[in-house]
Design a binder for this molecule. Sequence first.
Ligand SMILES: Nc1ncnc2c1ncn2[C@@H]1O[C@H](COP(=O)(O)OP(=O)(O)OP(=O)(O)O)[C@@H](O)[C@H]1O
Length: 240
Amino acid sequence: MTTLLIDAQNVSKTFVLHQQDGLALPVLDDVSLQVAAGECVALVGPSGAGKSTFLKALYANYLVQAGTIGIFHRGAWVNMATALPHQIVEVRRHTLGYVSQFLRVIPRVSALDIVAEPLVEWGESQEAARVVAGEWLARLNISERLWSLPPATFSGGEQQRVNIARGMIAPRPILLLDEPTASLDAANRAVVIALMQEAKARGAALVGIFHDEATRDTIADRLFTVPLARRLDTAKELTA
Ligand SMILES: Nc1ncnc2c1ncn2[C@@H]1O[C@H](COP(=O)(O)OP(=O)(O)OP(=O)(O)O)[C@@H](O)[C@H]1O
């Protein structure tokens, strides 16, 4: 039996550029996607098709104008398109993880604590979370001498690996991944692929953007082409 964890139906999103005379840019037009536990779906489509926008809409970073974004959270469906801010925080804490391309560095917080934080929010003690955070950093080849430092001065690849550890450490049932292997060398890419495979094996649903075809072929069970929305020229056309 397949257990659905994501059920997005008829999602539409138009950006209105207020500084450009109200120019309307429809990006998502009636997009529907369902993802089951243990499945990895790769979003594909030409540059600008709306892959990142769709991922951010699933995470409720963007408000959508139409459609529902069902996320299966603790035994019930939550529509992220209409959820209240405190519900969104709750869903993100326990159910829905997001691995972006770049680490948002928190000043004066060590790499170890940045990685441990989501596990603490998930319910682990600080001490236990720090132990697991060390294991993740070690696995992602972050030298132990860096663990106590804030990652602001880390290299791009080091920051990305800290970010991956932070995004994946809590065993959330759903993971959204925006180019998780973009600036990694082959050895670290292999580690991240293994981590994603382990997440799938524990029953997580993964939705990702993987421009690297080898990574995509290894991890994705199926491809989902984000359809190109019909582009409008001005906001006026929206109401015409
Ligand atoms: N915050 C925003 N405000 C206005 N327009 C945006 C915003 N975010 C994205 N867009 C526009 O929406 C379209 C889709 O962008 P998006 O980043 O989702 O594409 P993508 O398929 O992920 O592209 P790529 O493969 O190049 O990363 C683009 O035309 C982009 O300019």
